[in-house]
Design a binder for this molecule. Structure first.
Ligand code: ADP
Length: 163
């Protein structure tokens, strides 16, 4: 049954890290198709443009054939309805993620009771990893090669080290 399900992994991916990739890879084995839905929330200031975030995701997932990278704006619940999906994937790193994720999952279910949120836990080595931390390390000239795919590492260098 789960093999036929289209699932959506929403997020800002600003930028993509190996933690996000771990969740994408795990979900690609569980569901028939995954849409990685990149948020274009104009209230949130992003370091990477939407085009950059989409390109880096596409480049990093090109070997996974059931992954599609798209963008969306507005309410996730409405987007899910549009594409006829009712499964949301989110990653849980630590207890600190829990409260926000729990609230969001229940809110989405309130908006549409069919929506189920599936939480996946990444490899232990990624539980401390966040896009924000990666950007801070890169900004200070640190080595981020074990935290992000090669193409992201290069973009971070372009952004922070050639100024
Ligand atoms: P958002 O702004 O929607 O939180 P993020 O790109 O920060 O967007 O995160 C998208 C999803 O990926 C969230 O569910 C987040 O908990 C998860 N995530 C982020 N970093 C990691 C990581 N290192 N390991 C596992 N999941 C992660």
């Amino acid at each position: 049954m789960s093999q036929e399900i289209l699932a959506v992994y929403p997020g800002s991916f600003d930028p993509l890290t190996n933690g996000h990739l771990d969740i994408i890879t795990r979900s690609s084995k569980l569901f028939c198709k995954i849409i990685v839905a990149v948020t274009t929330n104009y209230n949130k200031k992003h370091t990477f443009s939407l085009d950059e975030r989409l390109r880096l995701l596409r480049e990093s997932t090109k070997d996974l054939n059931n992954i599609e990278i798209l963008s969306f704006s507005g309410l996730l619940a409405k987007y899910l309805e549009q594409i006829k999906s009712f499964v949301v994937i989110r990653g849980l790193r630590a207890l600190s993620d829990f409260e926000y994720e729990f609230q969001m999952a229940l809110m989405n279910r309130n908006l549409n009771k069919k929506i189920e949120t599936i939480f996946l836990i990444p490899d232990q080595s990624y539980t401390f990893l966040s896009s924000t931390m990666v950007k801070e390390i890169a900004m200070l000239g640190g080595d981020v090669s074990c935290f992000v795919p090669k193409c992201v590492e290069e973009e971070l260098k372009n952004k922070y080290q050639k100024k």
